[in-house]
Ligand binder design. Structure first.
Ligand code: HEM
Length: 99
């Protein structure tokens, strides 16, 4: 598998490495849905009186996973820049050929 692919969002003009990034981003996306569902479930459960503890705490696991995957996504561009700066002063044009 190629180490460099086109930006997933299309909003970035430059190419970014998406090796581990792609599935972490997808995981973060879907965890956000799981988290949202657990929060909504809490509100619905609260209309029936105090919800059981497992309902109350159910958003915490997806939230914890969101935190770690989100921090990874946050650090990634800086880690990429740091790595490419070590390789060459300007690597934006570099397409992965021999150097
Ligand atoms: C808990 C701490 C969290 C951290 C540190 C975090 C961090 C991040 C970061 C750094 C990105 C990438 C932004 C970029 O494109 O450069 C991101 C994307 C995203 N986050 Fe979070 N996030 C957190 C929690 C959440 C929560 C609670 C939700 C929603 C319920 C959420 C939903 C999303 C979505 C939908 C994306 C876009 C994913 C994609 O590119 O497909 N995040 N987050």
């Amino acid at each position: 598998m190629s180490t460099r692919t086109r930006s997933a969002s299309g909003s970035l003009s430059e190419e970014v490495p998406l090796n581990g990034n792609k599935w972490v981003r997808q995981t973060h996306r879907w965890l956000s849905i799981v988290f949202t569902v657990t929060v909504i479930a809490n509100f619905i459960a609260m209309t029936q009186g105090p919800p059981p503890a497992w309902v109350t705490y159910s958003p915490l696991l997806p939230l914890a996973l969101l935190l770690f995957s989100g921090l990874y996504l946050f650090v990634l561009p800086y880690a990429t820049k740091w790595r490419s700066r070590k390789a060459a002063p300007s690597t934006h044009e570099w397409q992965g050929g021999p150097r």
